[in-house]
Design a protein around this ligand. Structure first.
Ligand code: 5GP
Length: 199
């Protein structure tokens, strides 16, 4: 008699990873995903311009504001938010398709969007990545050299308000040592996969 099918899950789990700009969430998430099978990262759409190393359809779908607004009107987003005067949104159809196929999906999105998804889909698991100290963010954003000092100030202001919301998340990871942060994220995902979910 197989004991496996009693608890077999058919739908994937939706994970959200958030954290202030400059905390290193891309590095932590991308490394963690290399260690895991059966999980896909959602590609968001944005109205902001691509940075030098970014590719359309891989890092983001780069939309005009007009196209973005058309897709909002067509209910094509799972969620969307304005961040630093640009729009960012999660295309609904690919996420829904992957979850229905049993693939886990991870959204790397800011806090307001994350909390909207949590309200709409309470079974979503939310993971927040924080820096060991606020000053670390400022140093990282300046070293990264991708933003003007005005944009950096704006990102730091948003970071403060994002950090104040981290209690709404289910898990908190401090990105002090990179390997520890990567291992912790993997451990959380594996633990969630083995949780007894209500069916
Ligand atoms: P960046 O411009 O640094 O790529 O992203 C700025 C912020 O927007 C980050 O916190 C990032 O996680 C968030 N973000 C990226 N895609 C989405 C999305 O689809 N929805 C929401 N709500 N936030 C997003």
């Amino acid at each position: 008699m197989s004991l496996v099918q009693d608890f077999q899950r058919h739908r994937g789990i939706l994970f959200i990873v958030s954290g202030p700009s400059g905390v290193g969430k891309d590095t932590v998430l991308d490394n963690a995903l290399q260690h895991l099978e059966g999980i896909a990262k959602s590609v968001s759409a944005t109205t902001r311009h691509a940075r030098d190393n970014e590719r359309d359809g891989v890092d983001y779908y780069f939309y005009t504001r007009e196209r973005f607004e058309t897709e909002i009107a067509e209910s094509a987003f799972l969620e969307y938010e304005e961040y630093g005067s640009q729009l960012y949104g999660t295309p609904l159809a690919p996420v829904e398709r992957q979850l229905a196929n049993g693939t886990d999906v991870v959204l790397k999105i800011e806090v307001k969007g994350a909390l909207n998804v949590k309200r709409r889909y309470p079974e979503t698991r939310l993971i927040f990545i924080q820096p060991p100290a606020f000053s670390v963010l400022e140093d990282r954003l300046r070293m990264r050299g991708k933003d003007t000092s005005e944009q950096i100030q704006r990102r730091l202001e948003i970071a403060k308000s994002e950090l104040s919301e981290r209690r709404e998340y289910h898990y908190l990871i401090t990105n002090d040592d990179l390997d520890t942060a990567i291992n912790t994220l993997c451990a959380i995902i594996v633990a969630e996969r083995n949780r007894i979910h209500p069916i």
